[in-house]
Design a protein around this ligand. Structure first.
Ligand code: SAM
Length: 229
């Protein structure tokens, strides 16, 4: 793949916010990985769409080692950091635009909290369809959707630090985009495993602790999209 660059350095306006995602998301990456049905990835090629600093794909490798992986993102500084941190692993990192050059490459694809930021879900589903092999599977997790009652406040808060516009999708919008592009659509509540950490700055997203517990139990969703042939 051509190693082109993007204009965006980082998705968020603050490096602190970027770095916080790494530690903040680890627990949820672990849950997502535990829910993957394909447990033997040793002969598989993997995609992480919106890989940020490469933490998820590194954790996946250490849990279920894979043959090869590609992480893509629109943020150049995040990709550079991902490449540095994962230099010893069979993972390449590229600008997301370079995916257009690939066809029928990946067995399993992932995105964790990325699809809610995409400007065109139909185009995304089409792209994932073209890069997946037949019967390939795409796991996409998000709690950012209008069926989450806290979404109007979250949308405001996220828009304040996002360098790109934040759309307003429903769960049915995500499902329809993939169904319309020939995928079998499955979903489950994410239900993060183990204890959820109560953090000092939670109040922006969760006025009460019960709101945080309910969010991970109810509103954060894991989709499993299977490419039909
Ligand atoms: C909320 S962060 C999640 C990052 C990572 N998946 C995680 O779980 O920590 C969203 C990520 O998606 C990336 N992103 C946003 N729009 C994108 C696009 N159109 N194509 C690829 N990546 C995108 C951002 O740069 C950012 O790294």
């Amino acid at each position: 793949m051509a190693n082109t660059t993007t204009n965006l350095k980082t998705w968020t306006t603050s490096q602190e916010e970027e770095d916080r995602m790494v530690t903040g998301h680890m627990h949820h990456w672990r849950t997502m990985i535990e829910k993957v049905q394909e447990k033997d990835l040793r002969s598989k090629t993997i995609l992480d769409f919106g890989c940020n600093q490469g933490g998820f794909i590194q954790m996946l490798y250490h849990t279920y080692p894979f043959k090869k992986a590609v992480g893509v993102d629109i943020a150049a500084a995040s990709l550079a950091q991902a490449a540095r941190i994962n230099a010893h692993l069979p993972i390449d990192f590229y600008p997301a635009a370079d995916l257009d050059l690939l066809n029928d490459v990946f067995d399993v694809a992932f995105s964790h909290e990325v699809i809610y930021l995409l400007p065109d879900l139909n185009a995304h589903a089409k792209l994932i369809r073209s890069v997946l092999k037949d019967n390939g599977v795409y796991y996409a997790a998000t709690g950012c959707h209008i069926d989450n009652p806290a979404w109007p406040e979250w949308h405001k808060a996220i828009s304040e630090y996002s360098n790109i516009p934040v759309p307003n999708y429903s769960l049915d919008d995500y499902a329809a985009a993939f169904a319309n592009n020939g995928f079998r659509v499955e979903a489950q509540q994410f239900k993060s495993n183990g204890f959820i950490v109560a953090e000092p700055d939670d109040k922006v997203y969760y006025p009460k602790l019960i709101d945080k517990l309910n969010y991970y139990n109810q509103y954060k969703i894991l989709f499993r999209f299977t490419k039909g042939v």
